[in-house]
Design a protein around this ligand. Structure first.
Ligand SMILES: Nc1ncnc2c1ncn2[C@@H]1O[C@H](COP(=O)(O)OP(=O)(O)O)[C@@H](O)[C@H]1O
Ligand SMILES: [Mg+2]
Length: 129
């Protein structure tokens, strides 16, 4: 079976500092993978290099049969590989609904209404707001 996400030998960092020194990671479709590590270990850097926010210095990223190793983050999002921001990192100038709609901006527009219903069933407070 081809993995949904296949990271091989990924390298990256900041200036002279190499943070990712050959990271290998495989995620199968339907699988949940948690990345654990102490503060400063490189979890966010890995996330951001995989998503094209910072450039990869080496190695490969394959997602859903596509090579995203050097892709711009716009292409990464279009391919369906997205980050869900932690904590309160929403867009404060947008409404609750607009923040939710962003999740279907590129790919899931036709499923938007159904997906919103699902979200509101899980988080009724969001519907109120
Ligand atoms: N924008 C940045 N510029 C320079 N160094 C950074 C930057 N972001 C993170 N680092 C450094 O990269 C290393 C990994 O950080 P990070 O990926 O944020 O770790 P984690 O998310 O696991 O806590 C740390 O040494 C951190 O200080
Ligand atoms: Mg982090």
């Amino acid at each position: 079976m081809t993995a949904l996400l296949e990271i091989r030998g990924l390298r990256g960092g900041y200036g002279q500092v190499e943070v990712l020194r050959g990271v290998d990671l495989t995620v199968q479709a339907g699988e949940t993978v948690a990345l654990l590590g102490s503060n400063g270990a490189g979890k966010s850097t890995l996330n951001n290099v995989v998503c094209g926010i910072y450039p990869a210095w080496g190695g490969t990223v394959q997602f859903d049969g596509r090579d995203l190793s050097r892709a711009h983050y716009r292409e990464v999002v279009k391919a369906g590989l997205i980050q869900v921001p932690e904590g309160r990192k929403v867009f404060p100038n947008l409404t609750v609904l607009e923040n939710l709609e962003l999740g279907s901006f590129t790919r899931a527009r036709e499923r938007r209404a159904a997906n919103l219903d699902k979200v509101f069933a899980i988080f009724p407070r969001l519907k109120e707001r």
